[in-house]
Design a protein around this ligand. Structure first.
Ligand code: AMP
Length: 480
């Protein structure tokens, strides 16, 4: 099942359309699980399918994970039982492997060195290759998740120390991995050598917090220290922090630019950049590249808000709240029989007639993927009386799937792959369409690059081993 198997349904049923995974690790902080829960709450946009926390007390791990949002999975009683000053947490949305509880994280096992828990964000591009070799050697897998291979690699390593085992395991991995591991009550934070997915380090009191984004630090009052560097492995134990090694630091770094475009929360700082500032810079650059005479600038809320503000700042046209997003469209929304083909978008977005009537509007969206939402939105805006609708996209056309942990449809389903810009303009029924150029986008965030831009350029930095060997189908090559 891919996320986009029924786009209308997907776009509606999810409270937030974002996916991927979010991770957090805490050590040296009293009642670490409660703090991890809050952090997961802040990272909820990165995955809404399952949530889990493993709390560690005197080396013993206790795990609770379920399908659902963090607030549904945890309550006071559950958290009370998750004792300990060390915790590992995870929120997940996944395509490959489906949404079974077995694939929820953290994954916890008992092995020769004690209780081990792992939370992984990113997608390994050689997981099937490694897995099939391990299976041939007798390994038994309990999940479909690519992250489980990491556990096997650690457990089978002949090194005598945990650090040596982790080090050993990491040398087998290809692709994207921001990892938090606990062995006993020691925490390890790892970011792959290209640094695809974000991972930040913070301090709370005498202890430490590692998380996907700084919004998870902010919610628990932890102070941001720095990004975990690409290729870095940190050992964190209560008050102590020990750098272990930098993996293959000579590799070209490739933090995912789509995190800045769409995934991360705008109040976060990742890859050394403020997400809000980056999106505003995209919006300003977009206004320079595709100017248009308009009476109002609208955002497709909420993911395009910052970019639309940037567009408005640069163009001088006022930013207006012309579209409202219904935040209560829950995952269990029941679709009544409805003939209206724009129904899905109508449930989610409502036009503010007073803002739109008789006006020339610029609608800014962060990205166009399949284009289904935009087409309906344009209809809705026209029906509300707008005299002209100009669409501006604060990123280049998405033409290629992502194999490093962002859920994109297959190439054939991507509008930017199937159609030329003129065809898209016609298909969406807009008066004009403008995409941000790749050069313009990279220039806008040049202090943070170089980035992975494979979804726009097809330039895949990490080898796609499983795909190239035919071990997976392209539509299954995505995971969190
Ligand atoms: P559409 O073009 O109808 O497929 O929808 C594109 C919109 O979905 C964009 O405006 C983004 O806000 C959002 N989006 C972008 N990438 C993703 C993704 N990987 N999963 C879910 N939504 C996404």
């Amino acid at each position: 099942m891919t996320r986009y198997s029924d786009p209308a349904r997907v776009r509606i049923l999810d409270e937030s359309p974002r996916d991927e995974c979010g991770v957090v690790g805490i050590t040296g902080v009293e009642r670490a699980a409660e703090q991890a829960f809050l952090a997961l709450y802040a990272l909820q946009h990165r995955g809404q399918e399952s949530a889990g926390i493993c709390a560690i007390h005197e080396g013993i791990g206790r795990l609770h994970k379920r399908l659902g949002l963090a607030a549904e999975v945890f309550d006071g009683n559950v958290l009370k039982d998750l004792v300990g000053d060390t915790a590992v947490g995870h929120v997940r949305y996944s395509t490959a492997g489906g949404g079974q509880l077995a694939n929820a994280q953290p994954i916890m096992v008992r092995y020769s060195m004690g209780d081990l828990a792992i939370a992984h964000n990113g997608n390994l591009t050689n997981a099937q290759d490694v897995r099939s070799r391990l299976v041939k050697e007798g390994a038994i897998f309990q999940t479909d998740s690519d992250s489980e291979v990491i556990i096997h690699l650690i457990a089978r390593s002949r090194h005598e120390t945990v650090e040596g085992q982790i080090d050993d395991a990491l040398t087998y991995l290809e692709g994207a991995f921001s990892l938090i591991l606990s062995v006993g009550d020691t925490l390890y934070a790892v970011r792959d050598p290209r640094g695809f997915r974000p991972l930040v380090l913070g301090r709370k009191g005498d202890g430490f917090v590692v998380a996907s984004e700084t919004c998870a630090l902010d919610i628990i009052g932890a102070e941001f220290i720095r990004d975990i560097e690409p290729g870095e492995v940190l050992k964190l134990r209560r008050k102590e922090i020990t750098p272990l090694r930098n993996l293959l630091p000579a590799l070209r770094q490739a933090p995912c630019i789509f995190e800045l475009v769409y995934f991360a929360r705008p109040d976060s700082k990742i890859f050394g950049l403020s997400v809000d500032r980056a999106r505003r810079a995209f919006g300003r650059q977009l206004a320079r590249e595709h100017p248009v005479q308009a009476d109002a600038v609208l955002a497709v809320p909420d993911s395009a808000n910052s970019a639309a503000l940037g567009f408005s700042e640069e163009s001088g046209a006022p930013f207006e709240l012309g579209l409202l997003r219904n935040h209560y469209v829950g995952r269990t929304f029941i679709r009544p029989s409805q003939e209206d083909r724009d129904f899905s978008a109508r449930i989610k977005y409502a036009p503010v007639r007073e803002v739109l009537e008789g006006r020339r509007v610029v609608v800014v969206d962060d990205s166009l993927v399949r284009g289904t939402t935009s087409r309906s939105l344009v209809n809705i805006i026209r029906e509300a009386g707008a005299s002209e609708v100009h669409l501006r996209i604060a990123s280049p056309p998405v033409r290629f799937p992502c194999y490093y942990g962002i859920d994109m449809p297959t190439k054939e389903e991507l509008m930017g792959h199937r159609m030329s810009i003129a065809e898209i303009e016609k298909h969406l029924g807009v008066d004009s369409l403008g995409y941000l150029s790749l050069e313009g986008m990279e220039e806008a965030v040049k202090e943070g690059g170089p980035f992975c831009n494979a979804c726009f350029s097809g330039d895949y930095t990490a080898p796609l081993v499983d795909l190239d060997k035919g071990l997976i189908r392209p539509e299954d090559a995505k995971c969190c």
